[in-house]
Design a protein around this ligand. Structure first.
Ligand code: PRX
Length: 680
């Protein structure tokens, strides 16, 4: 396989990637003579049918897929069925359908089977330096099996959803793998969305704290209602730097709200009147069992039950297209958007992109600073700017993967924090989440990597599951060229592909194994959001330009989604957080937030503060009020009451001569008032 990979790799290294092949004239040898020098000459069908690698889409992925364990293969038929063109019917992407496998088996049993059971699978580093742990593959598999057996025992079956609301404890990957082992669909709830602003003293027990708790569990509740899990797996609390975050309180409030909404999902255990099972890990370093609020009959301590279960558990063989997990992400409306990934394609694609984007070798020690549910580099900085590099030395980390936001925070600190650690083990650095600005890139490259480690700037999305790696000369700030088998194109407003040096909308042509298959419970929205804007293509939502050398430069989101420190935030989510505040009537969010208070409510600094807090708590702690005082103007609305965001955006970015047609506004004078008031 490696010989073929080298062949395809060298194809992928052409700046145009595979995407441009389609623009050229293709000729099949034997059918007609190659008349022009630049025509592509394809092998004959006879040759292809016997070749080890027949085409990037088919032979390539099936060759790679053979490195994994499949209980049953995919036969001789095509390995992919796809329609990405909404004009031709329902959008459908299926890879390796009919084949059966299990990703947990491939991640653990397969490694143990080849004799690596005593190798370290996971290193764990706690909040305080010195608080650490590790697990070998053998130990990890045993723990996964115990939890899998418990879940099976209480009635969780293939296809059932399990919500996991855990911080970065080893129990988080254990829980994910246990679900995968029995064919259950995990939905990892990101820690950032609901609870970041929580601290023990702020949310002690005042009525206000209870109110906030109810408000901020809204996101979690909506997602629970969307996927209707059988079980919630959480822990009582977690420490983040100096803060204690009470995760269980948030799960409790979310579950209570579900019940109050008359939703009886989940499942009932014997002798219990509750529908939900809330398996709770006692995270002793943050909070003792005794201090945890408890619902008898519904809540179960992880440590009380899981160790009693057997340490082996038969694997549930699932179809390659059976659901593996849901991951909720932000869209341009406030509705939960459950990105659904299936098993086979995701497994093959993730392992392969990882291997090539990071040049992974079995001897590497990989550290990704992201939360399993969210990129959370900040937390390492808040209390020790040197901790990262000390950890690199402690574990001899070779591959270090992080987000530009962490790089920027660390570069503000003294260089000694970096240079006091040797960092000799580092081989490859990775960046993800947002464009990395050239000065941060240079600091990362020169200071952290001592100018010897390449930076893999990996552009990808929750939906796409793939990076564009940097295995070629790099340009600081560019995500360079596509991964093999992926065909990014840049299109203009009308959806026409544009070649050469250009700028436009980033789309992807044809499917790839790691593409998400649907939005849970809403295939229509999947088509509308991703496939209708530019028919025939998957639309990423990102703007992109290509330079004369064919390098890709991501220019950020073009929809109503903003990227704050590598974290995607839907403006609609921020809006609904603002209007959930009891004294707020209406809100519109671009880069600024424009809010209208309920008639008669006086504006005050405290009120502004608490509005900002509502957003921070519900959406992301990175959100900060910029300090703008009351504007005293209304919002620019059409006569039918629709807020014209386009105008707000132009006002906020001071592009005042590009306001466009404002004649449809109910009250056009609002525009002048807003301009005058935002002038300062
Ligand atoms: O705008 C792009 C930006 O992050 C978005 C995806 O966000 P999310 O699904 O939360 O995933 C983050 C981690 C995979 C994209 O639409 N983005 C991500 N990586 C990069 C990036 N922008 C520029 N360069 C990147 N390397």
């Amino acid at each position: 396989t490696s010989g073929h990979l080298r062949h395809v790799e060298s194809m992928a290294q052409l700046p145009s990637g595979a995407g441009r092949i389609s623009h050229l004239n293709a000729v099949v040898l034997g059918e007609s003579l190659a008349s022009e020098e630049h025509d592509l000459v394809f092998p004959s069908p006879e040759f292809s049918s016997q070749a080890l690698l027949s085409s990037p889409e088919h032979g390539f992925w099936s060759e790679i897929a053979k490195e994994f364990y499949w209980k049953k293969g995919w036969g001789d038929g095509p390995i992919v069925e796809q329609n990405l063109d909404v004009r031709k019917g329902t959008v459908k992407i299926e890879w390796f359908k009919g084949a059966t496998t299990n990703i947990c088996y491939n991640a653990l049993d397969r490694i143990i089977g080849r004799g690596d059971g005593n190798k370290i699978a996971l290193y764990w580093e706690g909040n305080e330096p010195g608080h650490d742990a590790k697990l070998t593959y053998n130990e990890l598999l045993e723990k996964v099996c115990q939890l899998a057996n418990y879940l099976k025992d209480i009635g969780v079956k293939k296809g059932d959803a399990v919500v996991i609301y855990l911080p970065m404890l080893m129990e988080l990957p254990i829980a994910m793998l246990a679900c995968a082992r029995i064919g259950a669909v995990h939905s990892v709830e990101e820690l950032g969305s609901g609870c970041f602003g929580l601290s023990s003293h702020l949310f002690a027990s005042s009525p206000l704290s209870r109110l906030f708790l109810l408000v901020l569990c809204g996101v979690t509740r909506q997602r629970i209602l969307d996927c209707r899990p059988k079980v919630i797996i959480t822990c009582n609390a977690v420490r983040r730097g100096p803060k204690v975050i009470h995760l269980k309180d948030i799960s409790d409030a979310a579950l209570l709200e579900c019940v109050n909404n008359g939703v009886s999902v989940g499942m009932r255990l014997e002798n219990s009147s509750y529908f939900w099972v809330c398996l709770t890990y006692e995270n002793q370093s943050a909070m003792k069992k005794e201090a945890t609020k408890w619902v008898e009959g519904r809540d179960i301590w992880w440590q009380d039950v899981i160790p009693k279960y057997p340490t082996t558990c038969a694997v549930e063989w699932v179809d390659a297209e059976d659901s593996l997990f849901l991951l909720y992400t932000s869209g341009s409306t406030g509705k939960p958007k459950g990105v659904l990934h299936t098993t086979g394609g995701y497994m093959v694609y993730t392992a392969t992109t990882f291997k090539y984007a990071f040049d992974y070798k079995p001897s590497d020690i990989y550290w990704c600073t992201a939360d399993c549910g969210w990129i959370t580099g900040h937390s390492y900085v808040t209390y020790d700017a040197g901790r990262c590099w000390d950890i690199v030395d402690k574990y001899k980390v070779t591959l270090f993967y992080t987000a530009p936001t962490l790089v920027r925070s660390l570069m503000r600190e003294k260089t000694e924090y970096v240079t006091r650690a040797s960092r000799k083990s580092l081989r490859v650095l990775g960046s993800v989440g947002e464009p990395i600005n050239p000065s941060a890139w240079r600091w990362f490259f020169n200071v952290v990597g001592d100018s010897r480690c390449p930076i893999s700037d990996t552009w990808w999305q929750t939906e796409t599951d793939h990076p564009l790696p940097g295995a070629w000369p790099q340009k600081p700030g560019s995500a360079t060229f596509p991964f093999f088998g992926v065909q990014p194109v840049i299109v203009d407003e009308k959806g026409n592909e544009i070649d050469g040096e250009c700028s436009g909308y980033l789309c992807i042509k044809s499917s790839w194994p790691g593409a998400f298959r649907t939005l849970y419970g809403d295939h229509e929205r999947y088509e509308t959001t991703y496939f209708k804007p530019f028919p025939g293509y998957y639309f990423t939502g990102d703007g992109c330009s290509r330079d004369g050398d064919g390098y890709h430069w991501l220019t950020g989101r073009v929809d109503d989604v903003i990227n704050v420190s590598g974290h995607r935030i839907g403006t609609a989510e921020v809006e609904s957080a603002l209007v959930s505040h009891p004294q707020c009537a209406e809100a519109a969010v671009g880069i600024y937030a424009f809010v209208t208070l309920i008639d008669g409510v006086p504006y005050s600094q405290e009120l502004r503060q608490s509005l900002v807090l509502a957003v921070r708590n519900q959406v992301h702690r990175g959100v900060r009020g910029a300090g703008q005082d009351p504007l005293g103007a209304g919002l620019p609305k059409t006569r039918s009451g629709k807020i014209m965001r386009r105008i707000l955006r132009k006002i906020a970015s001071r592009q005042l001569d590009e306001l466009g047609d404002i004649s449809t506004l109910a009250d056009p004078s609002v525009v002048d008032q807003l301009i005058a008031l935002t002038d300062s």
